[in-house]
Design a protein around this ligand. Structure first.
Ligand SMILES: Nc1ncnc2c1ncn2[C@@H]1O[C@H](COP(=O)(O)OP(=O)(O)O)[C@@H](O)[C@H]1O
Ligand SMILES: [Mg+2]
Length: 433
């Protein structure tokens, strides 16, 4: 079906989708001589990762750099057609090849399809800028920032919610969040003893009763009053958030409450990104409060720089649960990471946390694979079970170009951005966060 050539013939179409020309000779390992037409089934056999049923439904993403066809994507439609077994998306590739821009194209175009976008942690504040530009909600956390989330705050019920049922769930969510905060600050008492949980719940209830602006300071006072071993250790843990370097992030009355009606909510964590503990706590609180506010309805939940989030065991467990529940909850989680080896940061290799982190990959039936970081191509190919043509394509991918594997079909796609989008998505503008 094809011949191998050393010298390209001008103007012929190649497996890379680029015309032959100076500098392209090295990529011309496979090509179809002259004009060639065949059915997609035949071409699918010949170029297993290049063809197949074009992704024609959903939001426009760009073009297939091999066939030139338009490429569209919608994880919920693919799931309804049984082309994928879940709605989650993994985006992996070296820094600077277009991961964030492609995810932003999905987000922006998703909003025009009526989907919402939630970004619970944004260590570079790229997404907060976009949320603001789109008329969504941008919350920037950190010491000295005007926006503050208060872990004790129950938030606002989503439109049309049964308020009593919502309140009950919001209180349970708050209780789980406080447990996670204590466990994160004091790993030595993790997992919290059931008696300690009871004590903590009583302190939260005591602090929040009749006080809608209760803060961690009130919980610390309630634990001091309660006394006892459990109360003392938890008080010491929470007191760290009220004084010292962690003060001012989560211990003040809320000035920001997630807006259930916003098309996009992004929580910028750049100001705490250099402090792992502060970053973990900020994202924990944001995720929990966003959960409560966003109710149902289809939404993308985006974790950019996901390794920052996966490195914390509490987040890892949470994201793992989120990926498993995505179909039921109407979410499509997009995990964006530099390299699959980032999952090693989640824990010592071989531990159960490391296994969970690697397992996240299997929970994403759509993989968007950009050019890989040096030394990562083989690992990516093995972990994602890429075919040899797919693996061979990785080092030749250009900026904004990636392999899209949706279920069993793989295509080579360039994300096409309009000028307004390109300006809006600018991730290296150096603008203040
Ligand atoms: N689809 C695209 N078309 C054109 N330029 C792109 C595209 N995707 C990314 N870029 C450019 O590449 C640079 C890096 O993109 P970015 O999305 O921030 O990469 P990553 O998130 O992988 O580090 C940006 O300056 C952006 O303008
Ligand atoms: Mg990025």
């Amino acid at each position: 079906m094809w011949r191998r050539h050393r010298e390209p013939e001008p103007g012929t179409q190649t497996s890379t989708g680029r015309g032959a020309g100076p500098g392209n000779e090295k990529r011309l390992a496979l090509r179809i001589p002259g004009a060639h037409r065949d059915t997609t089934a035949v071409l699918g056999g010949a170029y297993p990762f290049l063809t197949g049923k074009p992704g024609a439904e959903g939001m426009f993403i760009g073009h297939d750099t091999v066939t030139g066809q338009r490429f569209c994507f919608d994880p919920w439609q693919l799931y309804a057609q049984q082309s994928v077994s879940n709605t989650n998306v993994l985006v992996v590739g070296n820094i600077g090849w277009g991961k964030t821009n492609t995810a932003m194209a999905i987000a922006l175009r998703g909003i025009t399809c009526g989907y919402r976008v939630i970004v619970p942690g944004d260590p570079k504040n790229d997404w907060t800028r976009l949320a603001q530009a789109l008329g969504g909600q941008a919350v920037r956390l950190g010491p000295g920032m005007p926006d503050r989330l208060n872990p004790l705050h129950l938030g606002t019920p989503p439109p049309g919610a049964d308020v009593a049922a919502w309140r009950h769930r919001a209180e349970q969510r708050r209780s789980a969040l406080m447990v996670a905060i204590v466990e994160t600050v004091a790993p030595a008492i993790t997992p919290l003893h059931p008696k300690a949980r009871e004590t903590l719940d009583a302190a939260i209830e005591g602090a929040a009763r009749g006080n809608t602006t209760a803060t961690l300071h009130h919980v610390v006072s309630a634990l001091t009053a309660a006394g006892g071993d459990h109360a003392d250790t938890m008080r010491a843990a929470l007191a760290q958030l009220c004084t010292g370097p962690l003060a001012g992030i989560l211990d003040q009355p809320a000035t920001a409450t997630p807006d259930p009606a916003a098309p996009m909510i992004a929580v910028g964590t750049a100001a705490v990104a250099d402090n792992d503990l502060a970053h973990t706590l900020a994202v924990l609180t944001a995720t929990s409060q966003l959960d409560s506010a966003t109710g149902t309805g289809r939404r993308f939940v985006i974790y950019d720089e996901a390794w920052r989030i996966l490195a914390a065991p509490t987040h890892l467990a949470r994201v793992n649960a989120e990926l498993r529940l995505s179909r039921a909850r109407g979410t499509a989680t997009i995990l964006i990471t530099h390299a699959l080896s980032d999952t090693d940061r989640a824990a010592d290799a071989g531990s159960s946390a490391a296994a969970t982190a690697r397992g996240l990959v299997a929970l994403c039936d759509t993989c968007i694979i950009f050019r890989q970081a040096p030394g990562e191509t083989d690992r990516t190919a093995t972990e994602l079970a890429l075919t040899s043509p797919e693996r061979a394509a990785l080092p030749a991918l250009g900026k904004g170009e990636s392999l899209w594997r949706t279920g069993t079909a793989t295509r080579r796609i360039h994300t096409d951005l309009g000028p307004t989008e390109a300006a809006l998505f600018n991730t290296d503008s150096g603008q203040p966060a």
